[in-house]
Design a binder for this molecule. Structure first.
Ligand code: CUA
Length: 343
């Protein structure tokens, strides 16, 4: 009966743990070699912890139901020296416990150091350099090139090639943020006034969610991003496409929308390369229509969400620095047509 009572919560805990073992934003579903090393370390610690727990519970149950009744303190010993034997047995048990604990802890520490060396010293020769800057509450992503005119600027999406280390240089523009893609590596802070860096790698094409992991204000929870891993040739094609300025709108509605964009408040904060809009307070929108989400992972990039976001961003992400843009229906439709043309 006692063992059933003990087993039931353990079983529930195991079910809870297993449900968290897969999918996007799970450190136990690695998408690359660094996350794989971290996940293996986690499973080792989990296995050891479970074994220790099982031993402790077994001894506990044995002490309650299985052990021989000990003599009450006021009863004299049956054999001479019985008290000495009991004391030395206790001392031996404690010594074994301390010894086993020390061996396990030192072993886990050595493995942790090896994993840290494997994950953080590796990839010293990355062929892709990305600069990610944290803002309240979105991410600017800048693909660096020896020729500054070939830099590629995007937002809230990190595209990487598979099978090679990618160096991400991290900066913060306002407060401390933290860059975390659990499927690819551990987290690292973005600190104003300094540059940190992390090397990530994905083994196969895929998409993973990243999340700001350091409380940074009201919309910390809605400061997410998407990592998209492409086959290397697809990544080069993506980067070349992303580097292009926006194509001029072809239909009259989108052309009218471009005028709305340039003459209303949009152009005061955003830039669309190839137009007069060159501001950098908010995300670069040159290829907005090709992005997966709006407002740093808050909404899927769909027309209705985009309309709601433009009209009243405060109702979606209270505290965001984007002000509402009251627009008449025809101006809004034109603006949406223009923004959806920014492929
Ligand atoms: Cu940025 Cu939390």
């Amino acid at each position: 009966m006692a063992s059933t009572v003990l087993l039931l919560p353990l079983l529930l805990l195991l079910v809870l743990l297993v449900t968290g073992c897969s999918g996007s934003q799970s450190a136990l579903d690695p998408g690359g070699p660094y996350a794989d090393a971290i996940a293996r370390h986690w499973w080792t610690m989990f296995g050891l912890g479970a074994a220790v727990l099982a031993v402790v519970i077994s001894l506990f149950v044995y002490s309650i139901v299985g052990a021989k009744r000990t003599r009450p303190p006021d009863e004299p010993p049956v054999h001479a020296g019985e008290d000495d034997v009991t004391a030395s047995a206790k001392l031996r048990a404690v010594s074994i416990g301390v010894g086993v604990t020390a061996v396990i802890l030192v072993g886990v520490m050595i493995q942790a150091l090896l994993v840290a060396r494997e994950t953080y010293a590796a990839g010293s020769d990355p062929r892709v350099d990305v600069e990610v800057t944290g803002y309240q509450w979105w991410w600017e992503v800048r693909y660096l090139d020896p020729d500054p005119s070939r830099h590629v600027v995007s937002a809230n999406e990190l595209h990487i090639p598979t099978g090679q280390p990618v160096r991400v240089r991290l900066r913060a523009s306002d407060v401390i943020h933290s860059f975390w893609v659990p499927n690819l590596k551990g987290k690292i802070d973005l600190v104003p006034g300094r540059e940190n860096e992390i090397v990530i790698q994905a083994d196969a094409p895929g998409r993973w969610r990243g999340q700001c992991a350091e409380y940074c204000g009201l919309q910390h929870a809605r400061m997410a991003f998407v990592v998209v891993a492409h086959a290397p040739e697809d990544f080069v094609a993506w980067r070349d496409r992303e580097r292009q300025p926006a194509s001029p709108p072809v239909d009259s509605l989108a052309r009218a929308g471009e005028q709305v964009f340039l003459t209303r408040q949009c152009a005061l904060c955003h830039s669309v390369r190839g137009t007069m809009a060159r501001a950098s307070t908010g995300p670069d929108l040159t290829h907005l229509a090709s992005r997966l989400t709006l407002a740093a992972g808050t909404l899927p990039n769909l027309r209705g969400h985009l309309a709601g976001w433009i009209l009243n961003p405060q109702s979606i992400k209270p505290g965001t620095f984007m002000p509402p843009t009251p627009l008449a229906s025809d101006a809004l439709q034109a603006l949406l047509a223009y923004l959806e043309s920014l492929q």
